[in-house]
Design a protein around this ligand. Structure first.
Ligand code: ADP
Length: 268
């Protein structure tokens, strides 16, 4: 699943070639949900180990078109994780103060500290996505950002931060279904955003912007994964698997206990 979703460094991405309905051979929703429950427990265990070892940091970047499922992934995949060890940051339209700095300033303040899992719900990639699509800055400013982001992520990678970047890939038809469902379901209406409807008109421009970001910025130290996300159960399962496998590879260990604790007497 991991290999299937990975954008190999140097690979040119054409999103039309990536099937948003793919389930990588997982037979059913029921099977996926069962496996996800197991992975939720495993992730909780690994996160506690990450916290205890106090050595690594994990940064998870989530990007998607509106309704793509960023919120759903956070809710379903992180279920069971101790909230004390997990930080979530949403990146919105930059404030005047943020705009007065370089585009990575607000990002750098929120990268994970040691022993934490940090999730970026949107990220610095907005600065080559929405910014590019709407010409918020000239190309001479956004074009160098791919390399600037690669270098920034390299620095993080060299300082014990493991980075996973997920693009939740849905089709335009699926977005329409989800927007209509939000519009027509009373308890979902609060999530209906006219902004999403407006941005939909730029779908093709966004796809081109995503393709370039995924192509330019999947690196050995901060790979992009394209997650087939039309089926929510597959989306959650694949993200959970990749996170769990990544943490397992860190080969973490509980720290040595303080010397002499075997003889420590616990007073009544
Ligand atoms: P979400 O859609 O993530 O649930 P919002 O509806 O508040 O949250 O959308 C956040 C908005 O902020 C999006 O339209 C996104 O494109 C925008 N945004 C984020 N980062 C930037 C940026 N660097 N420049 C311009 N707009 C941005």
């Amino acid at each position: 699943m991991r290999e299937h979703c990975l954008v190999n460094p140097g690979q040119t991405v054409r999103l039309a070639d990536w099937d948003a309905n793919d389930t990588c051979g997982v037979a059913s929703k029921a099977e996926a949900e069962k496996e996800l429950k197991r992975l939720n427990k495993e992730l909780a265990r690994l996160q506690e180990l990450l916290y205890a070892e106090d050595k690594h940091r994990l940064l998870i970047v989530l990007q998607a078109m509106g309704t793509g499922g960023k919120d759903g992934v956070i809710k379903q995949v992180m279920r069971g994780v101790n909230p004390q060890g997990c930080l979530v940051h949403n990146f919105k339209v930059p404030t005047p103060e943020e705009l007065a700095h370089d585009f990575l300033w607000r990002i750098n303040q929120r990268v994970p500290p040691r022993r934490y899992i940090t999730i970026f719900n949107r990220s610095h990639y907005e600065d080559v996505l929405v910014v590019r699509v709407h010409n918020l800055v000239p190309e001479s400013v956004w074009r160098p950002r791919y390399e600037q982001m690669n270098q920034f992520e390299k620095l993080l990678g060299e300082t014990e931060t493991t980075i996973l970047k997920f693009y939740l890939h849905i089709t335009k038809d699926e977005q329409k279904r989800r927007l209509e469902a939000r519009r027509d379901t009373p308890h979902k209406q609060w999530k209906f955003s006219l902004g999403d409807v407006k941005e939909r008109a730029y779908w093709d421009d966004y796809m081109r912007a995503y393709e370039e970001a995924l192509t330019q910025c999947s690196t050995p130290w901060a790979p992009w994964y394209i997650i087939p996300a039309n089926k929510k159960w597959f989306r959650d399962l694949s993200v959970a698997r990749i996170i769990v496998e990544t943490l397992e590879r860190l080969d973490m260990r509980y720290p040595e206990p303080e010397p002499g604790i075997e003889q420590a007497v616990v007073p009544d």
